[in-house]
Design a protein around this ligand. Structure first.
Ligand code: NDP
Ligand code: GDR
Length: 374
């Protein structure tokens, strides 16, 4: 597989594809969910088009295994440069691809980063969704193109009711969540105003070995892997008491697809129905490498110690606390189960074990490479 890829003109690549395949456009294809969804749709026989941002270094590691040389026949996976903040680019791309389904996964998706970049987050996550819906309208594709919006349990924010369902009131607690609130409602509005097949998946946290390394689960599994191999001293974390409903990304992209296969567009919660604290996740990750952890102290003074040696393994860093936090998320996916036949398959301990095993392998490989070169 070549490391560098020159993108051929879009129309050439579309012409080479099989005419009968259903066509999907995935924004955010280089992210965790984009990678799993692209794989799923290719397995289902789709022709898949992915929107990818230009970056100064390669940002396609999660989808490199799906890459097909555009010079070959019957290519079904195509990448296009673009950005959610660029309307003309999105309109042109949708005009050329004429997708049957659009999955809008692109977003500045980090809640804490959204407090640092609120305007950009609103532009990419909120207005970006509007740009896609407007492109469908302007191009008169409403009868052909179905639209999926990556909505989020962060919309619930400040706890109003537990578990959270489709009819639980929203109370967003970050610039990210407020931007996603706009995206949620503009999707509903275009469905009602223009009869578009536009749906929201209100997805609770979902993780995997492909999760970005600055989200808490992956930060923990990677840190635990490195600590257990003697390559990292300790892990610095923020709020250990936040509770999340953590599922596996592979299950959730299946749910996205099912949402778009319904005759009638609608909004669905996808969740496991279980919740765990960040602290509980840390304990389970250390257990996966046969290490225990004892907690000592309170608040910012709290520390996690190795029960055998007394060494500090986890320390609190106030930098990782958010100006406003979401304390408790746990979802009720009854509607998705009854109407879509969707359930999650992976349990949390199983997923943590998978993530830790993957990070052990990755950290070992990086350390060997470093030793070899230096
Ligand atoms: P990631 O952060 O892993 O991926 C986000 C993707 O969006 C990346 O491909 C990123 O590109 C791309 N992107 C960011 N900004 C832009 C932009 N301005 N223009 C074009 N592309 C852009 O997120 P996930 O895969 O975890 O999540 C997918 C979607 O689902 C997101 O919208 C997220 O907010 C939402 N969501 C996620 C949940 C989760 O638990 N994972 C739960 C609920 C909702 P690059 O690779 O270049 O950074
Ligand atoms: P979240 O995920 O904010 O739920 O958004 P994240 O993993 O960032 O935080 C989960 C909880 O862990 C606490 N936490 C820390 N978080 C990070 N990132 N780093 C730390 O060191 C740390 N210590 C404690 C956080 O305060 C929080 O309570 C994710 C994203 O994927 C969103 O895009 C998506 O919409 C929601 O999940 C559902």
């Amino acid at each position: 597989m070549p490391a560098a890829r020159a993108l051929a003109p879009t129309s050439d690549r579309i012409a080479s594809a099989r005419p009968e395949a259903r066509r999907a456009l995935i924004t955010g294809v280089t992210g965790q969910d984009g990678a799993y969804l692209a794989e799923l749709l290719l397995d289902k026989g789709y022709e898949v088009h992915g929107l990818k941002r230009r970056a100064s270094s390669f940002n396609s590691a999660r989808i490199d295994h799906l890459y097909q040389d555009p010079h070959e026949a019957n290519v079904r996976f195509h990448l296009h440069y673009g950005d959610m903040t660029d309307s003309t680019n999105l309109i042109r791309l949708i005009q050329e691809v004429q997708p049957d389904e659009i999955y809008n996964l692109a977003a500045q998706s980090h809640v804490q980063v959204s407090f640092e970049t609120p305007e950009y987050t609103a532009n990419a996550d909120g207005l970006g969704t509007l740009r896609l819906l407007e492109a469908i309208r302007i191009l008169k594709l409403a009868d052909r193109t179905r639209f999926y919006q990556a909505s989020t349990s962060e919309l619930y924010g400040m706890v109003q009711a537990v578990p959270q369902r489709e009819d639980t009131p929203f109370y967003p607690r970050s610039p990210y969540a407020v931007a996603k609130l706009y995206a949620y409602w503009i999707t509903v509005n275009y469905r009602e105003a223009y009869g578009m097949h536009a749906s929201n998946g209100i997805l609770f946290n979902h993780e995997s070995p492909l999760r970005g390394e600055t989200f808490v689960t992956r930060k923990i599994t990677r840190g635990v892997a490195a600590i257990s191999l003697g390559l990292q001293d300790r892990l610095y974390l923020g709020n250990l008491d936040a509770r999340r409903d953590w599922g596996h990304a592979r299950d959730y992209v299946e749910g996205m697809w099912r949402i778009l296969q319904q005759d009638v567009p609608d909004d669905y919660v996808l969740a496991t129905g279980n919740s765990e604290t960040v602290r509980g996740f840390v304990e389970a990750a250390f257990a996966a490498v046969d290490m225990g952890i004892d907690w000592q102290g309170k608040g910012l003074e709290e520390r996690g110690l190795c029960p055998r040696t007394g060494r500090v393994l986890v320390e609190i860093d106030p930098r990782y606390f958010r100006p406003t936090e979401v304390d408790l998320l746990v979802g009720d996916a009854t509607k998705a189960r009854e109407r879509l036949g969707w359930t999650h398959s992976a349990g949390l301990p199983q997923m943590i074990a998978e993530m830790v095993a993957s990070d052990l392998a990755a950290v070992r490989q990086e350390s060997t490479r470093r030793d070899r070169h230096g």
